[in-house]
Write a protein that binds this ligand. Structure first.
Ligand SMILES: [Fe+2]
Ligand SMILES: [Fe+2]
Length: 136
């Protein structure tokens, strides 16, 4: 499991969403690295893209609402990071469709998702918790 308890920010809804994000990305990478047939991988990519456009967008909204509720000063900058990720997913989606399910592109996407998730949750999201703690 890639998820670590130290990633928790102490807000049950957000922590549950982060755990689910890790679970889904991990599953996606497992399928990409496995020996399953190509069609199954393509299916998993489509599923993951839908997940990113639905669940992840919802998570970003919930997290931004939480930031506003505690007056988090990094709100605007953080929102930009979320927007950047959503834009990347949409851009990848387009490229991926045009490429006719190019494998290299898919592997790149898997790597980027994982790196983004870990960096974002372990560093950026953690700052929200630090601020909340300091504020008391
Ligand atoms: Fe988050
Ligand atoms: Fe975030």
């Amino acid at each position: 499991m890639l998820w670590k308890e130290s990633y928790e920010i102490g807000v049950p809804l957000i922590d549950a969403q982060h755990k689910e994000l890790f679970r889904r990305v991990e599953l996606f990478l497992q399928v990409l690295r496995s020996e399953v047939c190509w069609d199954e991988k393509v299916q998993k990519v489509n599923e993951t893209l839908e997940f990113m456009k639905g669940y992840v967008v919802e998570h970003f909204r919930d997290e931004e609402e939480y930031q506003q509720s505690i007056g988090y000063p990094g709100y605007e900058a953080h929102k930009q990071l979320h927007t950047g990720m959503v834009e990347y997913v949409l851009e990848f989606s387009k490229k991926y469709e045009q490429s006719n399910n190019d494998e290299q592109l898919i592997q790149q996407f898997g790597g980027k998702l994982l790196a983004w998730l870990i960096n974002h949750v372990a560093a950026e999201d953690q700052r929200i918790a630090d601020y909340a703690k300091k504020k008391g």
